[in-house]
Design a protein around this ligand. Structure first.
Ligand code: DON
Length: 304
C-alpha cells in the first residue's frame, strides 16, 4: 500500500521551501495579483479516497485546464465529426502561437492550444442557446458541486488584453472555420478559462478520465474510446511545447493552465491536481511539474 498522504505532505513541504517558484503570468492582469507562495496538491484514487496537502482547498483560475472539459463536451455531441474542425497532432509550439494556423489554413493542430479551444468554443455556441450556462451546468454536474463558477473579473481582464486570441479568431474566421460572431466566441472562451476551482474540486471533475468516462456519482459522460482519445490528446498536447518534457519527467496525461494549475491522471488508478502560480518559460507551473515528477518517481506509478 502506498502512503499517499505522507508522500503529498512531503512534496508540499518541499515545494513551500523552494526559493525559485517561477514567474506569475502577467499578460492577464488579474492573474498577476495571485500570491506565488501558494502550493496545493490533491490526489483522488480509484476507491474514492481523497488526499490533500498545502493549499488544496483554495480556488484558483484554471485557465487552459478548462479546454479539456469543453473538448469533452463537444466530443460528446459531435463525435468524430469534431476532427473535421480541429486536429489531434501536438503543435510543438507555444499555446498562443499563430504561424501554424496560417500555414494549415485555419484548422488548429489540436484542441488544447488556444486556437483549437477557440474552435471548440465555436462548436459549442452552434449547439446551445446559452453556451456559458450550459458549460457551467456540465462542469457542475460532473463534479456534483453547484458552487463552481466563472470569475467575471478574470474573464473581463483577459478580454481587455486578449490580443493574440483576437488575432487567432480572426485568422480562423478568414478560413471559414469559425461559424459564429468573433466577440461571442471569445466571450465564451474567456469565461471558460476563468472557471475557478481548487485542487480538490479539480480531481473530482477529472475523475471521469480515470474512471472510463464515469464521474464519482457513477454517471456516464464519455465512453471508453472517447476517454482514450482525450487522454491521448492530453499526453501529446497538454503542455504545448513542453509535452515531451512532461511525458519524460512525469509520465502521465495531463493539462496545465497559466493560473498555475496542473491536473494529471493514471487511467483506472488516480487523478492528481497541483497548484503553484509561478510558471516556467513554457507557461507551465514550475513547482507543479516538479511535484508531479516526484510523485510518479517516488510511487513508481506512471503510464510507462
Ligand atoms: O487564452 C489564454 O491565453 C488563456 N486564457 C489560457 C492560456 C493557458 O492557460 C495556457 N496554459 N498553460
Amino acid at each position: 500500500m502506498i502512503d499517499f498522504q505522507s508522500i503529498l505532505g512531503a512534496i508540499a513541504a518541499e515545494a513551500k521551501s523552494k526559493k525559485d517558484k517561477g514567474v506569475v503570468a502577467t499578460y492577464i492582469p488579474e492573474l498577476a495579483r495571485v500570491d506565488k507562495n501558494k502550493f496545493g496538491i490533491s490526489l483522488l484514487d480509484n476507491k474514492g479516497n481523497l488526499y490533500n496537502a498545502g493549499d488544496a482547498a483554495e480556488q484558483f483560475s484554471i485557465q487552459s485546464i478548462a479546454k479539456v472539459l469543453s473538448l469533452s463536451m463537444a466530443f460528446r455531441i459531435l463525435g468524430d465529426n469534431l476532427w473535421n474542425r480541429v486536429g489531434v497532432e501536438p503543435s510543438g509550439d507555444p499555446f498562443n502561437h499563430l504561424s501554424l494556423l496560417e500555414m494549415e489554413k485555419g484548422v488548429p493542430r489540436n484542441p488544447l492550444i488556444n486556437a483549437g479551444a477557440i474552435v471548440v468554443a465555436d462548436v459549442l455556441i452552434s449547439q446551445f442557446k446559452n453556451p456559458k450556462s450550459e458549460f457551467l451546468h456540465y462542469v457542475r454536474s460532473i463534479a456534483n458541486d453547484p458552487s463552481i463558477n466563472y470569475d467575471q473579473k478574470v474573464a473581463l481582464s483577459e478580454k481587455k488584453t486578449g490580443f493574440r486570441n483576437y488575432a487567432a479568431a480572426n485568422l480562423i474566421k478568414s478560413y471559414n472555420n469559425l461559424h459564429n460572431d468573433i466577440e461571442e466566441v471569445l466571450d465564451f472562451y474567456f469565461h471558460m478559462c476563468s472557471l475557478t476551482l481548487s485542487c480538490r474540486q479539480l480531481v473530482n471533475v477529472f475523475y471521469m478520465f480515470v474512471n472510463r468516462g464515469k464521474c464519482l456519482q457513477n454517471h456516464t459522460y464519455l465512453d471508453i474510446n472517447q476517454v482514450k482519445r482525450i487522454n491521448a490528446i492530453m499526453l501529446t498536447s497538454g503542455f504545448y511545447d513542453e509535452a515531451g518534457e512532461f511525458a519524460f519527467e512525469v509520465g502521465l496525461p495531463g493539462k496545465s493552465g497559466v493560473g498555475g494549475g496542473i491536473v494529471a491522471l493514471l487511467p483506472n488508478d488516480f487523478c492528481v491536481a497541483t497548484w503553484s502560480p509561478g510558471l516556467n518559460k513554457k507557461g507551465n507551473s514550475k513547482l507543479g511539474m516538479q511535484a508531479l515528477e516526484k510523485l510518479t518517481t517516488r510511487t513508481g506509478l506512471s503510464i510507462f
